[in-house]
Design a binder for this molecule. Structure first.
Ligand SMILES: N[C@@H](CCC(=O)N[C@@H](CS)C(=O)NCC(=O)O)C(=O)O
Length: 200
């Protein structure tokens, strides 16, 4: 049985829960508490994840940290048709391109703005909101004329970018000026196996 160390309100953990649900893979959850913006971790957890972050996934002896690595592992391991993580070089690279956006402008912008507003984490709120809007503009450049980020069907790119876009309003960033992004949010919510998180 897979074990996911996570927290309900964490979008990075929710990415993993969403893919696991879409793939219909069973798993157990170990909740990690946060106090004043700091994960409450014991020494055993830090051995699993020296970055002291969540999510962490355990699959037997294999331990993985970082939502991107975990999503790619799960898609490669549990989707033999490789729809969620295509193998063709150009399509794989397109997926990676959006995974990069998810780990840069989306985290530096939408994630951080929400963390500042909702969890009192330190940071520059205006700069984070500006970065978040830049991320939304990049997404809109694709989603204004395509259904999905990397191909004609959903991939881990969509799963990785979705959570902090869907809760952008919690950080004071409005998605209404981005019609392609709004349509894509609705399309993800309609996926078989979709599960939400608080705020979505
Ligand atoms: N790049 C990492 C970011 C993970 C991350 O920032 N996790 C947050 C919770 S959503 C965390 O554990 N923050 C506590 C910390 O960084 O000390 C990923 O995608 O998994």
């Amino acid at each position: 049985m897979l074990t996911l160390y996570d927290r309900e309100a964490s979008g990075n953990c929710y990415k993993v829960r969403l893919l696991l649900s879409c793939l219909d893979v069973p798993y157990q959850r170990v909740p990690v508490a946060m106090v004043n913006g700091i994960n409450q971790l014991d020494a055993d957890y830090v051995k699993l994840n020296p970055r002291r972050q969540i999510p962490t996934l355990k699959d037997g002896e294999l331990v993985l940290w970082g939502s991107t690595a975990i999503l790619c592992y799960l898609a490669a391991r549990h989707d033999p048709a490789r729809r969620w993580l295509p193998e063709a070089p150009a399509r794989l690279a397109e997926v990676m391109q959006w995974l990069e956006l998810a780990q840069n402008e989306i985290l530096d912008g939408l994630f951080r703005a929400r963390a500042i507003v909702k969890f009192g984490i330190a940071g520059d709120l205006d700069a984070s909101r500006d970065t978040g809007r830049r991320a939304l503009a990049v997404l809109e450049s694709r989603l204004g004329c395509h259904s999905w980020l990397a191909d004609g069907e959903p991939t881990v790119a969509d799963i990785a970018c979705f959570p902090y876009v869907a809760v952008a309003g919690e950080g004071g960033v409005d998605v209404s000026p981005y019609p392609g992004v709004r349509r894509w949010i609705a399309a993800i919510k309609a996926l078989p196996g979709f599960v939400g998180m608080p705020g979505i």
